[in-house]
Design a protein. Structure first.
Length: 398
């Protein structure tokens, strides 16, 4: 561990030197090297240290920075480097004690201040390199969000996305170069968006409005949210499965026999820190699961093509496992080898797979639940109950 940090990660606003604290100014005065994007370097004309432009893509600059370890280096970043910023990427390659950070006001703080919004009450997303669909779980009338975007074309794409999702009435506050001499704030609706001169850096405050479908917060979303070929854990059964899986922050799920990906997707919708890997032997279903995850804003769902138990070898150990298809004694034996405390939920429809779960429960304990569901359907001029195949659910903590 270094005794004195060689690196200072300095948050710089659009107002350049005027917005810097005394500590930030002192760090720049003492620096031997100042490294940052060209736009940031151009804001500091009076700095005499060696200037190094950060390359594109961003990852290519990390080795250049590390090569200067041992010198007094200032790395420039926008606003708060540790809120959707570059700081976390760089510090992953450093030991504690190698750096100090001097953050400035984030663009989210500046945007909230301009709009008069309570920052703790709204969603903040960095969408420079992320799909716009990450907004999908947040889209509900009355919701608010602040997002950062790459450029003016991305703002136009955002307006088109909202309009296409049925939220064209949403108000967009387009905030350019906040805190600097080029600052500009304009208000438009998504469906009437026609701005063609938006300048970088840009953030957008969104006030969601419209008649689009709302995804909802509870497990057991409607089946029609998921494209599928019939191989899907239906809504009520999915709700029971997620309840038994009991997601906890940071947990990793194995979804074996992922099908449409509905279990893994709903798991990920529960909390942004959750992780999930779906295993699916059918390439068409695997591709469909990926598309479903992307459309519903949880593109972090990993889909691995292959058949269990073989496909499970070498995978990171899960905290919870759901078996929705491909149940076999060989698979159960493989899952029994998982660490103590792993939560396992398995569903069966056939008599053969029911028998496997009955034997498993007798040997390992846990809860065995039989679920029978029926829906009202037309029956001539009247209605009657149409039963689905019963589901047997085994849930256990290994």
């Amino acid at each position: 561990m270094a005794d004195t940090p060689w690196l200072t990660i300095l948050g710089l606003g659009e107002d350049g030197p005027k917005g810097l604290t005394d500590a930030s100014r002192a760090a720049l005065d003492a620096a031997e090297v100042v490294m940052g994007p060209p736009r940031h370097l151009s804001l500091l004309q009076d700095v005499t240290a060696e200037r190094v432009e950060w390359p594109v893509p961003f990852a290519d600059g990390v080795p250049l920075l590390l090569a200067r370890r041992g010198r007094r280096v200032v790395m420039l970043a926008s606003g708060d480097p540790f809120w959707f910023g570059a700081g976390t990427v760089v510090t992953q390659a450093l030991a504690q004690g190698e750096w100090t950070a001097l953050p400035g006001p984030s663009c989210f703080s500046l945007a909230a201040a301009r709009l008069g919004w309570g920052l703790e009450q709204i969603a903040c997303l960095g969408l420079h390199a992320a799909p716009l669909a990450r907004l999908r779980p947040l889209l509900a009338p009355g919701a608010r969000a602040i997002v950062t975007l790459r450029d003016g074309a991305a703002v136009a794409s955002l307006a088109s996305y909202l309009d296409g999702a049925g939220f064209g009435a949403s108000v967009l506050h387009v905030l350019e170069a906040l805190g600097g001499t080029r600052e500009r704030v304009r208000r438009v609706t998504a469906q009437r968006y026609a701005l063609d001169d938006v300048q970088h850096p840009v953030a957008v405050g969104i006030e969601v409005a419209g008649e689009g479908a709302v995804l909802g917060l509870a497990s057991g979303r409607a089946d029609d949210w998921f494209a599928h070929d019939g191989q899907i854990t239906k809504r009520p059964v999915r709700a029971l499965a997620l309840s038994a899986l009991a997601p906890r922050p940071g947990d990793l799920l194995w979804d074996i026999g992922a099908g449409s990906g509905s279990i893994g997707i709903e798991w990920l919708l529960s909390h942004p820190s959750l992780r999930a890997t779906g295993f699916e032997g059918n390439p068409e279903r695997a591709a469909r699961a990926r598309k479903n995850a992307q459309a519903l804003g949880v593109d972090r769902l990993q889909i691995v093509e292959g058949h269990a138990p073989e496909v499970l070898e070498g995978q990171p150990r899960p905290d919870a496992v759901f078996v929705g298809g491909g149940l076999s004694q060989a698979l159960l034996e493989r899952l029994y080898a998982l660490p103590s405390g792993t939560r396992l939920v398995a569903h069966a429809v056939t008599l053969e797979s029911e028998a496997l779960l009955a034997q498993a429960q007798a040997a390992k304990g846990g809860s065995l639940l039989r679920v029978e569901l029926a829906e009202a359907q037309p029956l001539g001029r009247k209605r009657g109950w149409k039963s689905a195949y019963p589901i047997v659910q085994w849930s256990v903590t290994l």
